[in-house]
Design a protein around this ligand. Structure first.
Ligand SMILES: CC(C)(COP(=O)(O)OP(=O)(O)OC[C@H]1O[C@@H](n2cnc3c(N)ncnc32)[C@H](O)[C@@H]1OP(=O)(O)O)[C@@H](O)C(=O)NCCC(=O)NCCS
Length: 181
């Protein structure tokens, strides 16, 4: 296995990157069509960078980084690991590579949004405006293993929510950590 720059990979590997966005997201949902996913791969590479985990000619997963706030903040987007390769530390490795490259590019903060578009967390279907800090403090998974549980293992903490980002009662969960050189 090796980690490579997705921008330098031939078209068949980039095509696999798009297919992963469609076929290897569960909840939260992935991209609805390969055409839209291909557009996303192009956009990520145009606006930022991406790193890919390859096993020969097979793409096992990939991660993108996008600059925000004049490059002081880099957003992790997207991240996907093939279903059959999960639980082996690939996600952790990819996030590490993302963090190192973002820091090299001047990031002070690494950030991401992890959608709860399918009622997986305690933030779903509630009036977040009533008491945002309490809802964040009491955030918990409802049993299906939302990815917000993954990121704290890598040092990210919840820094906010975007109510109704995916429709009424379906928020985005913002998480961040300091970038380290
Ligand atoms: C989220 C995802 C990238 C994790 O990749 P992975 O390769 O399975 O993760 P790792 O094996 O590196 O896991 C690292 C740690 O996080 C934990 N973890 C991973 N996913 C988890 C989840 N959904 N819930 C709880 N813990 C999780 C692992 O158990 C492991 O813990 P440990 O270090 O204590 O052993 C992968 O499940 C995925 O691609 N999901 C579909 C796409 C997606 O949801 N992307 C994120 C959108 S924000």
């Amino acid at each position: 296995m090796e980690i490579v720059d997705l921008a330098c990979q031939p078209e068949p590997i980039r095509a696999q990157a798009a297919v992963l966005l469609v076929d290897h997201f569960d909840e939260p949902r992935g991209w609805p069509t390969v055409a839209l996913a291909r557009d996303e791969v192009v956009r990520v590479l145009r606006d930022g960078f991406a790193r890919a985990m390859l096993d020969g000619e097979v793409l096992l997963g990939w991660i993108g980084g996008q600059p925000e706030y004049g490059g002081r903040v880099w957003e992790l987007h997207p991240l996907v690991v093939r279903r059959e390769d999960r639980g082996r530390g690939l996600g952790r490795t990819l996030v590490g590579k993302f963090g190192a490259e973002a820091a090299r590019r001047g990031a002070l903060t690494l950030t991401l949004g992890t959608d709860d578009d399918s009622g997986m967390t305690s933030l779903a279907g509630v009036d977040l405006y009533g008491d945002v800090p309490r809802h964040i403090a009491e955030l918990h998974d409802l049993g299906r293993g939302h990815p917000f549980l993954f990121y704290p293992k890598l040092g990210f903490v919840v820094t906010g929510v975007m109510p109704d980002a995916n429709g009424r009662g379906r928020p985005d969960i913002y998480m961040s950590k300091p970038a380290q050189c």
